[in-house]
Design a protein. Sequence first.
Length: 375
Amino acid sequence: MADKINAVKGMNDILPASVPRTDKLPDSALWHWFESTVRSVLARYGYQYILTPVVEPTALFVRGLGEVTDIVEKEMYSFTDSMNGDKLTLRPEATAGIVRAMVEHNALYNGPLRLWTMGPMFRHERPQKGRYRQFHQLDVEALGFAGPDVDAELILLVRALWRELGLVEGRHVRLEINSLGQPAERQAHREALIRHFEAHAEVLDADAQRRLHSNPLRILDTKNPAMQAMVEAAPQLMDFLGEESRAHFDAVRAVLDAAGLAYRINPRLVRWQAGPGRGLRPGPRAAAAAGAGTGPGRAVDRACRVCDRAFGGGAAARHGCARAVARGRGGRHPARRRRRHESPVQEGGRQRRALRAHLRRRRNGARRGHRQGAA
């Protein structure tokens, strides 16, 4: 008799509630309810659904996430296609694939986009409660938008999702925010961290010593009790922020205050790439955390970094995922500037109408040119 074949370790079946099982996982009806709730909330905010392949070129993640990250070094499911020798990887996260699709199809040609996707991701980690080798991630991207309003919008979107799911702020979840600043400010903070850790080299464990120059921010996440005092005394990113970054962060906070959303500033929230199964991940300047994991705030800068890393320096500017679309006054096309008291859904509808009118004009112009050429 042939041996029984089971699912891969760390990859689970989502079954109907009528099927008995020993492990505590959501049944398919609860899973379907969650997906329906997500779709409803994101539709209200004017976000459009996008699907990208589960398999992508390995180089996309190596260049997009960084060669010295835990994901690339230890967690990716990578293989070589035996048919043609291509190096491929099961996607460990969603942003890189979305940005690749935007660049490949020149998707931001007609202006900014609000996008979301949800689906399976893969990381070769040691399976434990709440962390699996195949996990499902909700990813929300606002590409081509400038200003702090889009960061605040994403955070408030997550609050709306919390409430639809029956989660209460302060009881089931909490919001923690921080600013990640500009690249030069992050670089200055990184150099200060390295100097601080080098001054306490005798306290660093083997893992911290390995990451000291390649990825010092990861040392801040250490669980080693002997290193906690040294980590607490490390320089904070907030001390390196310039006037522009502070103004941006203050503007995000002003929106959250006006919306009545309580939050706590967490100066140790400094990494823009977090692990799976921990909610939405921190964003460009207004990084946020929910519960014990990390939270929303991923806007255009995050995508620009991935775009530039994955497709070469300046790719973000060439393909339109810079901080603003360089059209019209203030860097935004007049037809896409949010009108006063206009909801995201209303703005999305107006943008679609403007886009259809634009395409009609182009099509009619092409027909007139064809008729004139024929004459």
